[in-house]
Design a protein. Structure first.
Lengths: 793, 530
């Protein structure tokens, strides 16, 4: 059905951004800016939920026919047979996404009004944040892949702007540029993937759209792909120019946006942005866009087993690689950043083994608990007066009880303790990996499961380490810091009084200023003092004396703790919507896996397993080396989908055709048990290793992140710069081409000097000579052209 | 009125130049500041008049016929006529010219201190010549305008340019003049071929086109080979196509801001316009024959221009090299011979004029303040000049092809067209061209970072005044266009569809005339006949 309120969901944040950019900058009232920013996202949230759940608005998530709600605005480009609309659609997949994105974003916006209090760029921050919401919702709700790409690049732009928010800091600028360029490398793949999809299927629309006034009907490329044969599982398929090639090209984009090997390097650096940005963009929403795209195009992927295999391998490798690095980081945000990369690896692994529903489930629970952890870390940083180094924390649970309790929830959720949200989603991914039938290599599922299980163990260990270093043990912040950097991070409160808006741009890292007078006894206002060796042209920067004594950490104000509490609740119960049959049946609840049933119409299954037990973990295929299902022609299972429906035929009737093989169910329960043991062991190891010795030195290779950045610099970036400068520009452009041109010119001048005695020195004579010269040349050319060209037919 | 409109558009700026001269000679209280007002008035009037072209029904039918046609005999003895008209291809280019001109005048408001009368007169004459190039339908008239545009630009660079202006001006002149002489020879040859086969000689484009299409006139393979080259080299230098590009960085860098804007915004398009209008329509067989070579050079230009742009220490030179890269995209789209590619190329011509024009304006603004263009002399400008920072980031994003801004539409359509062009290895060309989006991000963002972000390291930059109302006013229309053309390109594309199709059908279909013979094949080193 058509419902133009859907466009309001997308455009409300854009209006908010515009108001804040144009009016907010003049008003400079934090209340005004905050209300506009949170209000616009609030409008999106409310309308998104209404469209998702209420019958009158289309009930995109709950209507029985799984009919998407659509809003066609205008035809964006139409040239020849190529057509891209500017229109939005909410189906089961984008509905789930839109709901959790708007809701989590609303909480983070509220949190940010407290966190960014006193910042000179307050309006700018919220304008960017709202612009991000516009782009993210465009990405999610776009009804065709090119418009999705608008959001895809747009969120990259906002990420660039927000990472570089403290723009006069070198590392923020570097990180921002790195993020944009790494994403652009991925975008290269997306653009080509889109073009290949168009040339294969003749469409770029996600949905079958009926004809409307002025525009014709469109068939979804997913519908077309469904009718195409599954491609063979060979390396050659990647370069064959078929669906496998398209799938791989799109996945290149996903490695950029979702920070997978080899393009993950930008995400840890992106922590130079303010913490709410890290929570919203670099944990909960934008970085999962790659997963979204793959699930959205799952119909393409199930026809491309080679691409699926690559995704699974890359996902698993990224998961364990990032987890080991996360083990050795000392910056609280860096730990969480690598943790995010690792969790994104899990989601990719799930996509690779065909468990698209599990991937989206993990995206959602991850949004809850990782946003919670990031906001919690922001609260810690806020309370610690802009300290991010966990080596200077410790014992904070006494001072920040709410932050502690909520972060503990998040830590348990990500570690995979039962009941908490992360448990169900991660457990499902691991089980689906073990039991997968979609990988064309014998025992690949088991090997990948082992990698996933080790990663789960490492996750529990580094999370415990982070919690222990931050909240337990001695109060190391009272000790005199060795490096002296921490002392520089605190400027005296007097500065605030002297210069109300001074040095906002100069705060180091993600270190916003405290609110004045919000906390009793909060004497320290952290406008951190940058290197004092700078030129004294910025006189407002050098007035920050770095003299201060020991301080007491404090709990954050309610605008920051309330979002934490809400997210903590979601991190606890949010996973219950997706309890698999194997567990819910254990306690007599029957099949209550609402999440997968809801998502079912929007995702594709390998043609071989169409109609089989597609959810609840009850797939009955056993891995086999040859895996003939991939090679068999796909059953043409058209089930009379309405013209206005998801371009995917697998409208598995919920409750129908799902077999719960008792053996499979008991196996799944066994693996759940193993998962719980892994989580407990990991937490135990973490506690035993770090509780007594929180500053235990970690391997240098891990602390230095395997030197990946250094390798990239030495092997790609530096040769490119040197080559471009010395070979292309100075040698070829200036040397060769201009050399030839100037050589000819010099020769002409020599001739000219011989003829110099002809110059009478009068302008009129010059003019005459030029005229006759020109005529002579023209005449010569005309004559010779006539002579040279044989005018024959 | 209809048939005189184009002539009025050509002559109005020239009348403005005459008015300037008259004012300088006659008016008793003449003051330097009057000239710019006169020039502004005439360019705005021209722009306003040119908007009437939109009412002419261009693009409403699929035939792509010429509108506002005026065709009168001129030199009867040689059959030369004054024939002008506008269709979907030239419509937007004319409007781009008339839009950029007042902006260029405004950008020179305080920058030009010496000989302002001659300066503004040059700009006005240039405008008349440029409009003439786009509307001329007689090859001789086209050639005259093509050459006429060279002279004022030569003076603009050579007199009002930077330190190395004379070298740059001479280089620009010689490069372009060499090319256009070749074209003149080609035009004359066409005249004689027509005379020989049809019975009377003509320079008229429409007559030649119809004669060729209907088979009344055929050009043998060998002459077509040379004719194509004669035209193509003239246009390739103008575009500029790699490796004929080395005049461009010098000319762009040394030219005054207005000169750079016009040069990048309009003059380069004369090359791609010429290829589309004349080479494709008159020599379709050879256009197909040379396409692999042209595509290869275009792709090299895209990557080469971007990589060299990356390492430039001079902002203006960086933007100049980025033009080489962007115009490579236009060439790629044209030679894809697909609807998407050619429409995208035409669209990209407009985009490049808007985006690169805006970038040159912005660079000019900081040049006026600091009298340097070296990236190393800047740094941290976002702090003293937040508005400038916003505008240049916006224009840069348009230039790197961010979706929803104009550059993306053109680049995507071009790549889509190339991908589906059916050439062997078209996918490799597309994949290589698509790396242009990565390089563009690298060089642009790196430049932005070094100019805008970080700490203010140079004391001269700490107190720079932000953009004033005039500067905002001249940038605002361009920024608005970037957004409009990115989000709602269909009205622009619809207008040009018919005319582009007309040419495409001609160039993509097998040629009725001479086919390429083995004998000529040996004589050339071009391979990859299609």
């Amino acid at each position: 059905m058509t419902n133009h309120w859907l466009s309001v969901v997308v455009f409300a944040p854009l209006v908010g951004a515009t108001i804040n950019w144009l009016i907010g900058r003049r008003v400079r009232s934090e209340a005004f800016i905050g209300i506009i920013a949170c209000g616009s996202v609030g409008i999106s949230t409310v309308i998104a939920f209404m469209i998702a759940f209420t019958e009158a608005n289309g009930a995109a998530l709950t209507n029985d026919a799984a009919t998407p709600v659509m809003s066609h605005l205008w035809t964006w480009m139409q040239v020849g047979t190529f057509r891209a609309d500017f229109g939005f659609a909410m189906d089961r997949l984008s509905g789930i996404y839109a709901c959790f994105v708007t809701f989590v974003a609303l909480l983070i916006h509220v949190f940010a009004t407290g966190y960014m209090h006193g910042d000179r760029g307050f309006y700018r921050f919220f304008a960017y944040l709202n612009l991000f919401m516009f782009m993210m919702l465009t990405l999610v709700l776009a009804d065709n892949i090119l418009l999705m790409f608008v959001g895809w690049e747009g969120v990259g732009l906002c990420s660039y702007l927000l990472i570089g928010y403290y723009f006069n800091r070198q590392e923020a600028g570097d990180a921002a540029k790195k993020a944009f360029v790494a994403n652009r490398v991925g975008d290269w793949g997306v653009i080509l993937g889109i073009m290949l999809i168009f040339s294969l299927t003749g469409s770029i629309s996600f949905f079958d759209k009926p004809a409307m006034e002025g525009v014709g009907a469109v068939e979804s490329f997913l519908t077309v792909a469904r009718g195409m044969p599954v491609e063979s599982f060979t390396w050659g398929a990647i370069f064959a120019g078929g669906l496998t090639s398209a799938a791989v090209l799109l996945f290149i984009g996903a490695t950029g946006k979702s920070a997978q090997i080899p393009l993950f390097v930008w995400l840890p650096d992106a922590m130079a942005g303010p913490t709410p940005v890290s929570a919203l963009i670099h944990a909960a929403t934008m970085v999962t866009a790659g997963v979204y795209m793959i699930v959205r195009c799952s119909q393409v992927y199930v026809h491309a087993p080679t691409a699926m295999f690559i995704i699974a391998i890359i996902g698993a490798a990224t998961a364990i690689f990032a987890a080991t690095i996360g083990l050795a980081q000392n910056d609280i945000k860096k730990v969480l950043a690598y943790s995010t990369v690792s969790q994104l690896g899990y989601m990719m692994l799930a996509c690779g083994v065909g468990a698209f529903g599990a991937a989206i489930f993990h995206v959602m629970t991850h949004a809850f608990f990782k946003a919670l952890l990031f906001l919690g870390s922001g609260s810690v940083i806020h309370g610690m007066h802009h300290e991010q180094d966990m080596r200077r924390m410790g014992g904070l649970k006494k001072y920040m009880p709410i932050t502690f309790a909520t972060m503990l929830t998040g830590g348990l959720a990500i570690s995979g303790i039962p009941i908490f949200a992360g448990f169900f989603s991660k457990d499902e991914i691991l089980w689906k990996t073990w039991s997968t039938a979609s990988l064309g290599v014998a025992n690949a599922g088991q090997i990948l499961w082992l990698i996933g299980a080790v990663t789960a163990l490492l996750t529990a260990v580094y999370m415990t380490r982070m919690m222990v270093m931050t909240f337990w043990g001695g109060e190391r912040f009272r000790e005199v810091p060795a490096g002296g950097q921490a002392s520089e991070a605190h400027a005296h409160a007097d500065d605030e009084d002297l210069k109300p808006h001074a040095a906002r741009f100069d705060s180091a890292g993600d270190r916003p200023r405290h609110e004045t007078g919000a906390h009793v006894g909060d004497a320290h206002h952290g406008s951190p003092h940058d290197e004092a060796s700078d030129l004294t042209i910025d006189d407002d920067e050098d007035e920050h004396a770095a003299h201060h004594g020991p301080f007491t950490p404090h709990e954050s104000p309610w605008v920051m703790t309330v979002p934490l509490i809400v997210l903590a609740i979601l991190s606890t119960v949010g996973g219950l919507v997706g309890v698999p049959y194997a567990l819910s049946s254990l306690i007599g609840l029957g099949d209550i896996n609402y999440f997968e049933h809801m998502l079912e119409p929007a995702i594709a299954h390998a043609p071989g397993e169409h109609g089989a037990a597609a959810n609840g973990g009850g797939t009955h295929q056993t891995p086999s080396a040859s895996n003939p299902e991939w090679l068999s022609p796909p059953p043409q299972a058209h089930d009379g989908a309405s013209p206005l429906s998801v371009g995917d035929g697998s409208h598995g009737e919920p409750g129908g055709g799902r077999a719960h093989d008792p053996h499979e169910v008991s196996m799944e329960r066994l693996f759940t048990g193993i998962s719980i043991v892994i989580a407990l062991v990991g937490i135990g190891i973490g506690w035993l290793m770090f509780q007594k010795r929180p500053l235990l030195a970690m391997p240098r290779l891990l602390e230095n992140k395997y030197y990946v950045d250094e390798v990239y610099n030495a092997s790609i970036i530096n040769p490119l710069k040197t080559g471009s400068r010395n070979v292309l520009w100075l040698f070829f452009d200036v040397g060769v081409v201009d050399g030839i041109v100037n050589g000819v010119g010099r020769g002409t001048r020599e001739i000219g000097s011989v003829l110099r005695h002809l110059q009478p020195g009068f302008v009129r004579s010059y003019a005459a000579i030029i005229l006759f010269g020109a005529l002579a040349v023209i005449g010569y050319f005309a004559f010779s052209a006539y002579q040279v060209l044989p005018f024959t037919r | 009125m209809q048939q005189y409109l184009l002539t009025i558009l050509i002559l109005l700026p020239v009348a403005g130049a005459i008015a300037l001269a008259a004012h300088g000679l006659v008016a008793p209280y003449r003051r330097e500041s009057h000239y710019r007002w006169i020039a502004l008035g005439f360019t705005i009037a021209t722009f306003a008049l040119s908007l009437l072209l939109l009412s002419g029904g261009i693009g409403e039918d699929a035939t792509g016929a010429f509108k506002f046609v005026q065709n009168v005999p001129w030199i009867g003895a040689i059959g030369a006529g004054y024939h002008v008209g506008v269709d979907g291809i030239s419509l937007w280019l004319v409007l781009l010219t008339t839009l950029l001109m007042p902006i260029a005048i405004l950008s020179s408001w305080n920058a030009v201190e010496k000989r302002s009368l001659a300066y503004y007169a040059s700009l006005l004459i240039l405008e008349g010549a440029m409009i003439g190039v786009f509307v001329a339908l007689d090859l001789l008239v086209f050639y005259l305008f093509f050459e006429a545009s060279l002279v004022p630009m030569f003076f603009l660079i050579g007199v009002w340019g930077g330190q190395n202006r004379v070298y740059a001006a001479v280089k620009f002149f010689i490069y372009t003049a060499v090319g256009s002489l070749l074209m003149l020879a080609g035009i004359i040859a066409l005249y004689f071929i027509h005379a020989q086969q049809v019975g009377f000689g003509t320079f008229d484009y429409v007559t030649l086109f119809e004669a060729l299409r209907e088979g009344r006139m055929t050009i043998g393979a060998r002459p077509e080979f040379w004719l194509f080259l004669a035209f193509a080299i003239a246009f390739a230098i103008k575009v500029p196509l790699f490796p004929f590009h080395t005049w461009l960085p010098d000319a762009h860098t040394e030219a005054p801001t207005a000169g750079s804007v016009i040069l990048a915004g309009v003059l380069l398009k004369m090359g791609t316009y010429g290829l589309l209008r004349f080479n494709f329509a008159l020599f379709p067989g050879m256009s197909r024959y040379f396409a692999p070579l042209m595509i290869t050079l275009a792709v090299i230009g895209i990557i080469y221009g971007a990589l060299v742009a990356m390492v430039q220490p001079d902002v203006k030179r960086l933007v100049a090299y980025s033009s080489v890269s962007h115009m490579g995209f236009v060439m790629l789209g044209l030679f894809s011979f697909t609807e998407q590619g050619m429409q995208g190329a035409l669209y990209q011509m407009l985009n490049h004029g808007v985006s690169t024009g805006a970038l040159f304006l912005l660079v000019g603004m900081i040049y006026e303040r600091r009298h340097t263009r070296m990236i190393a002399d800047f740094g941290g400008l976002a702090k003293p000049m937040p508005l400038f920072a916003t505008f240049i980031v916006f224009a840069s994003l348009s230039s790197v092809g961010l979706p929803l801004l104009n550059g993306f539409v053109g680049e995507f359509l071009i790549m889509l067209g190339m991908w589906n062009s059916g050439f062997d290895y078209a996918w490799i060309a597309t994949m290589l061209a698509a790396t242009g989006v990565i390089w563009a991000a690298v060089y642009m963002l790196w430049m932005l970072q070094r100019v805008l972000f970080g700490r203010v390291t140079n004391a001269h930059n700490a107190r720079l005044p932000d953009l004033n109302a005039r500067e905002i006013g001249l940038l605002a229309p361009l920024l608005a266009l970037m957004l409009l053309m990115g989000a709602y390109p269909q009205p622009f594309l619809n207008r040009s569809r018919g005319s582009v199709e007309q040419v495409r059908v001609r160039v993509a279909a097998p040629h009725t005339g001479g086919t390429f013979t083995a004998g000529v094949d040996k004589s050339s080193n071009v391979t990859g006949d299609r």
